[in-house]
Structures are given as structure tokens and as C-alpha cells.
Design a protein around this ligand. Structure first.
Ligand code: ATP
Ligand code: MG
Length: 350
């Protein structure tokens, strides 16, 4: 890529802005969808929370309807504490192990005349509570006390579960907003970034499109890579446009394997980022054309043929290279970039 393009790029701020808006355009469609899911989930959880809290009242009346001994009150408090924290162990439980634990909890709860025990058992398993632990806590308590305490625990656990769902959805929205913010930088100032952070925020914003393409993203990161110098959000434009193409390629593929591999490595004094897909690849006769502005094989409205042109310009601006290799296994785009950008020439031209 000649210096001519470079010159043009720096002088024509408009081109940068148009490209950035083009890339944001690619993201906007998916983003609206991505934001919609957690928003709906929060709405649903809040409705269920309202219900669960309404159900607490009669349980509290029941608990308060008879005198509790010191031991029984201690039991109630300890039972309530059993589902406080979500334990990592259960997250990794396999289906069979989970079912066994649920069954043994259900039989314990039924033996203690606790209603709706399957949901409670599932929630208790999620939080790593075992029948042995409950049995130990319930030692010396009457069946009535155990039943009341369990009814209380059931609502409490449900409320905790729903609060976890709300905070998960809220952090998902936060993640999306951060990713958008990192794309929305308007300045093109030079700065150093973690290449994996910029990849992850593009992957976050592209998650809807990648899911639509039923793509499995495989990350092969060299985490020891140092930070890299870039300008504004230009790196995001690279990853977003290459991921967009890979998702389109898989969407048109009827192959079983639907993988997008993102690989980072040190490369001489710089680094390389490879984005490859198991799609149909780029036909040999088109290889020379795909980087040309406005060249597209996609239907109108699906492709403007600008993605790889933006990639070429951004790479040139970073004094890097972009190559495309393609064969029967799919396409592979390799971006090689220096870690440090040459200091700006005294006349302001880079
Ligand atoms: N991963 C890929 N696999 C197969 N073909 C690809 C891949 N990436 C790009 N191409 C081919 O290169 C052409 C140009 O890609 P480019 O990103 O520049 O434009 P586009 O994707 O068609 O439209 P736009 O990116 O503007 O939405 C595509 O139309 C497609 O034919
Ligand atoms: Mg494209």
C-alpha cells in the first residue's frame, strides 16, 4: 500500500469518520438485539421477584405463629445462610451428578413435608447445599419447624436466584455499553491498548451476529503480548469488519463445522492477529478483488464492499500488512502490526 493512501487518510478526516460510522452501522443492528435480551430478562426477573416477595408474607406469618426455641431460631438463621453464596463447584456439575443431588434433596425435603420441593432442590443444588448439611442443621428440630424453615428458605433462595439473574443481565448491558463506548471514541489520537481487550469488545458487540451465524468462536491468545500503539478506535474497525465477514461466510456455509478462530502471536518486532473461519473461503479468481472498495459478492443491503477497504486503510495507517489465505478449509485473514508507531514527522504527516 503506497504512501499516497496514507497521505489521503490523514488529510481526509471525513474518510475516517465515514469509515467509523460504517463500522458502527455494522454493529448497531446486532447491538439493539444484544441489549434487548438482558433488558427483557431483567423485566421478567423483576416480575418474578415481585411475586416471590409477595409470597414471603404468609410464610413469615406462619413462622411467627408459634414460639421458637433458641436452637430453632439458630437453625432458621443457618438454613437461611446456606444459599447466600453461589458456589463455583455447582456451575461445573455434570447433568447426572446434578440430577443425583437433586433427587436426594427432594427425598429429604419430602420426608420433611416441604411443598414444591423440586424447584427448591434445584436451587439448593445450584448453591451447593447437600441433604447431609440440612440434616445436620435440622438435628433436634420438629418437623413443623423444619417445614416452616424450608418454606422460608425456598422463597429466600428464589429471591437470591432472581437477584443474581438481574445482576448478570445488568453486567451484560454494562459490558455492551463499555464495548460501544470503546468503539465510539471520536478522537484518532495515538494511544496504547491491549490487543485482546480490543478483540473482546468487538466480539462482544458482534455476539448477536456470531450467534445468528451459529459460529463457535475459538480464542487462541498469546496473553504475554505487550500493549500495541494505535489511533483512536481504528483497531476495532479491523476486528469488527473481519468478524463480520467471517460470520457472513459461515452464514452462507452448510458445513457442519462452524468455527471462527481468533489467534494472536508475537511476530518479529510486532504482533499478528489471525481471524479465520471454516466457511467456503474466497474463490481464487476473486482473491485480487476483495480488497477493492465497493467490491462485494453479497446481495444489495447485505454488503457495501467497504469492509476490507477499511481494513486495508487502517492497516496502512498503522504501517502493517493484511493478507488473505484461503483453501478448502476456509479463509484466513492475517493482520501484522508493529507494536510502536513511527513518531509523527515534524510537518505533522506520519
Ligand atoms: N471470510 C471470508 N470468507 C469468504 N469470502 C470473504 C470473506 N471475507 C471477505 N470475503 C469476500 O470479500 C468480499 C469483500 O468483503 P468486504 O468486507 O470488503 O465487503 P462486504 O463484506 O461484501 O460488504 P461490507 O463489509 O461493506 O458489509 C465479500 O463480498 C466476500 O465475497
Ligand atoms: Mg464485509
Amino acid at each position: 500500500m503506497g504512501d499516497a493512501a496514507l497521505g489521503t487518510r490523514n488529510e481526509d478526516g471525513g474518510a475516517i469518520e465515514r469509515e467509523r460510522m460504517a463500522t458502527l452501522g455494522v454493529l448497531a443492528a446486532g447491538l439493539a438485539h444484544e441489549l434487548n435480551n438482558p433488558a427483557i430478562a431483567i423485566g421478567r426477573s423483576v416480575d418474578q421477584l415481585r411475586e416471590s416477595i409477595a409470597q414471603v408474607d404468609p410464610i413469615l406469618r406462619q413462622v411467627a405463629s408459634h414460639a421458637w426455641t433458641e436452637d430453632e431460631l439458630r437453625f432458621l438463621a443457618r438454613v437461611g445462610a446456606t444459599t447466600e453464596a453461589e458456589t463455583e463447584i455447582t456451575a461445573k456439575l455434570d447433568v447426572i451428578d446434578r440430577a443425583d443431588r437433586e433427587d436426594s434433596l427432594i427425598s429429604w425435603l419430602e420426608a420433611h413435608e416441604v411443598p414444591s420441593s423440586p424447584e427448591l432442590a434445584a436451587a439448593l443444588v445450584d448453591r451447593g447445599v447437600t441433604p447431609a448439611e440440612l440434616a445436620k442443621l435440622a438435628t433436634g428440630c420438629s418437623t413443623e419447624v423444619v417445614a416452616d424453615a424450608m418454606a422460608w428458605l425456598s422463597r429466600l433462595t428464589m429471591i437470591r436466584q432472581l437477584l443474581d439473574d438481574v445482576s448478570r443481565s445488568a453486567s451484560r448491558i454494562g459490558e455492551l455499553v463499555r464495548a460501544v463506548k470503546s468503539h465510539a471514541y471520536t478522537d484518532t489520537a495515538r494511544r496504547s491498548v491491549d490487543v485482546h481487550e480490543s478483540l473482546e469488545s468487538s466480539l462482544t458487540l458482534m455476539s448477536y451476529k456470531l450467534r445468528e451465524a451459529r459460529a463457535k468462536v475459538v480464542r487462541d491468545y498469546d496473553r504475554a503480548l505487550p500493549r500495541i500503539e494505535t489511533y483512536g478506535t481504528e483497531l476495532h474497525q479491523l476486528w469488527t469488519n473481519l468478524l463480520d465477514n467471517a460470520a457472513d461466510a459461515l452464514a452462507n456455509s452448510n458445513r457442519g463445522e462452524r468455527i471462527i478462530r481468533v489467534r494472536t502471536r508475537a511476530d518479529g518486532t510486532g504482533l499478528s492477529v489471525e481471524i479465520s473461519d471454516t466457511g467456503p473461503g474466497v474463490p481464487a479468481e476473486l482473491a485480487a478483488k476483495i480488497f477493492q472498495p465497493h467490491f462485494t459478492t453479497k446481495a444489495a443491503g447485505k454488503g457495501t464492499g467497504l469492509g476490507l477497504d477499511i481494513v486495508t486503510r487502517v492497516v496502512a495507517h498503522h504501517h502493517g500488512t493484511v493478507t488473505c489465505e484461503s483453501d478448502a478449509t476456509g479463509a484466513r485473514f492475517v493482520i501484522r502490526l508493529p507494536l510502536v508507531q513511527p513518531s509523527a514527522a515534524p510537518d505533522g504527516a506520519s
